[in-house]
Design a protein around this ligand. Structure first.
Ligand code: SF4
Length: 297
């Protein structure tokens, strides 16, 4: 057996041919996005639970640096939102990656302006029922303004800010306001939230003066309820019938970590050409989420 054959066997373990979603399975914007992008990716990640078989982008060392940068930036902002003084955080940054210091200065200068008296809830997790399962959302920051507006702020640490249309199509842009509209009563004195009071904001240190704002509404909530219910039913049907086709457009595979399982190449795409909207982001901040208590409604 030559080495390439051995490699293929290592990369393709025997996998089950029938599947089921555990009753405790929770949908998230990531899992829904994965299914919509490529049903096979959903299967490999959430049913086979395979992890990191291929490098997502090249060069590897730089990709790892950027991932760590994203994690460090989220932690830094979380500490600031929690009330740690800028002077202390500045001192801690003295020996850090210069890129982190630049992002931090951009944050201090350009972060979204919040009115005095705004209540801040960093790293907030909410979930709502969805077709027999639960749909969860993890907010980097929920800001409740004195005027009754609810801002969901997401710190995005990818290299490039996507076009607004691409952001608007993202699952996250639908799931986060939808979940807050249904599960946010605890932040509104026990009263239901008016969807029109919710706004999703993406803020990029790479484009600090160009945040993207997405106001929500009752019409969008209704649209998203139908969309998410329909998508969840599609996933349930795919699981029942074990039908997980590979995405047709092979460009999608360029930055997918599962390329080797699908015979879609062994080498990651170039980091410099990373198209933010088509890939799993180089943002490992989610690895910390396991430590965060979930609030269920
Ligand atoms: S490599 Fe392509 S076909 Fe395979 S899981 Fe990833 S996106 Fe889907």
């Amino acid at each position: 057996m030559d080495s390439s054959s051995a490699q293929k066997i290592v990369n393709k373990p025997l996998l089950p041919t029938s599947y089921s979603l555990l009753p405790t399975f929770q949908f998230s914007q990531s899992s829904l996005q994965d299914f919509e992008t490529c049903p096979r990716r959903f299967k490999l990640r959430y049913l086979d639970r395979l992890r990191w078989p291929a490098v997502e982008s090249e060069p590897v060392r730089e990709a790892e640096r950027l991932a760590q940068l994203g994690t460090d930036f989220h932690r830094l902002v979380q500490q600031h939102v929690a009330g740690l003084a800028e002077e202390i955080l500045n001192q801690n940054l003295a020996e850090s990656d210069p890129s982190l210091r630049i992002w931090w200065q951009s944050y201090l200068q350009y972060r979204p302006t919040l009115a005095a008296g705004t209540r801040l809830y960093p790293e907030t997790v909410l979930s709502v029922p969805l077709r027999g399962y639960r749909l969860m959302a993890r907010f980097d920051l929920l800001a409740v303004q004195p005027d009754g507006r609810f801002l969901i702020i997401d710190w995005k640490t990818s290299l490039h800010k996507p076009e607004r249309d691409n952001l608007a199509r993202r699952m996250q842009t639908r799931v986060y306001p939808y979940v807050l509209a249904l599960a946010g009563t605890a932040f509104n004195n026990g009263q239901p939230l008016d969807p029109a009071a919710i706004e999703m904001i993406y803020w990029y240190p790479a484009s600090p003066d160009q945040p993207e704002h997405f106001p929500y509404s009752a019409q969008l909530r209704q649209r998203d309820e139908e969309f998410l219910s329909n998508l969840t039913e599609q996933i349930k049907h795919a699981v029942q019938t074990a039908t997980f086709p590979l995405v047709e457009d092979k460009k999608t595979c360029t930055y997918c970590i599962y390329r080797s399982y699908c015979d879609r190449g062994q080498t990651g795409g170039p980091l410099a050409e990373l198209a933010d909207e088509t890939v799993t982001e180089l943002d490992l901040s989610s690895l910390d989420w396991d430590q965060i208590a979930e609030i269920q409604f």
